[in-house]
Design a protein around this ligand. Sequence first.
Ligand code: PLP
Length: 463
Amino acid sequence: MTPEQFRAHAHQLVDWMADYLRDVGSRPVTPDVTPGQVRALLPATPPDEGEAFSRIFEDFQREIVPGMTHWNHPGWFAYFPANSSPPSILAEMLTATLGAQCMSWSTSPAATELEQVTMDWLRQLCGLPDSFTGVIQDTASTATLVAIISARERARTRSDAPLAVYASGEAHSSVAKAVRLAGLGDHALRVVPVDGSCAMRPDALRQMIDADRAAGLHPACVVATVGTTSSTAVDPLTPIGAIAREHDLWLHVDAAYAGSAALLPECRHHFAGIEAADSYVFNPHKWLLTNFDCTAYYVRDVPALLQACSISPEYLRTAHDADVANFRDWGIQLGRRFRALKLWFVLRSYGAEGIRAMLRQHIEFARQFRSWVESEPDFEVMAPSPFALVCFRHHPAGMDRAELDRHNEALLARVNASREVYLTHTRLSGRYTIRMAIGQWQTTEAHVARAWELVRGAASCEL
Ligand code: PLP
């Protein structure tokens, strides 16, 4: 494909992209496919000869798009959002065009320095301490693995005893995975009980640390979550931080979803105590208008991070190494995409106030949805809603626990069968719970109201 052919195809593609973004809400949010159906449409062997771009693009529209789940559909209320935006998409096009491999300062000086600037802008916007230095990782899972490895390395300088890592039972599964991948063994993860709002109990943390010390273990790290995956519970950072300092534990704070809310002064109290963290992660690719993947990882002690991750083979060394940040040494991977560009486009296009307006709107929609749930005697909310997630279930009289679970599972299936909206579930204290996570940039009050209408309709059908 010559540059001139590229130009013509790119114009065609951008027209398709603009139409898609405008009309995505009129598509079904989830595809109507069974396992293997898309694969069966595709040739089992690769082409010998190059094919015309027009045919590839036609096949994309005919065979691939109908099999996609539309994460940027305004009726997307599942999991957490993967909130993206037109400026971010445009920057991704430029990132792909530049095709830079941003492993070292010298392999793309502007990419490294823009990453430093955007990470510091984000730090300021979120009110994070100026002792924090940021780097972009691919995902929160990777950032948490880096944090656990950093904690392990620090602990190993103090003790040879088996290490223990603490997190609540509501912490994301990436914590358990990181403990395993860091070679600590699954038994090293100590699950701290939660209170009635699903937040870690500091008293229980302290007791477990004392018991583990007495049993000859070396407590190395505690992972606190601001905005747990199931219910957006907030672990109390101030007492957890005090315990971490007292016992010389690494404190890693996972705010993968909720971290964006720190842009709002009225949400800052959820992050009180963050200055005690050794590392902190949040995902602009969840609720900050930035395409997946883009994870902000902040550390207090850069040398500790380098100690854990830096290896400099001869072929990567340059004359500037002593004066620059080589981000290959700040994480797991060597090769790195130019992710800072999309964040820069987003922060400049919307500005802090534009982003705050979106976040406030989503939080207000969640407040409204919650008030509708609360106003119906047969429905109940299942957890506090500090951000833009509402956990709820239908609770008609006369059903036992198992019947209620089955009833709500069927209700959710009926809502999702509409393919107008998409919600997912969790279990809170063992009880089947429906999650309504609001966070797409094109979601309006009408989409939220429609979701509630579908839920109510499905509830009356199920009775
Ligand atoms: N931590 C929390 C609290 C999450 O909710 C999630 C995903 O939803 C993750 C970590 C994992 O995020 P990622 O997909 O970026 O690894």
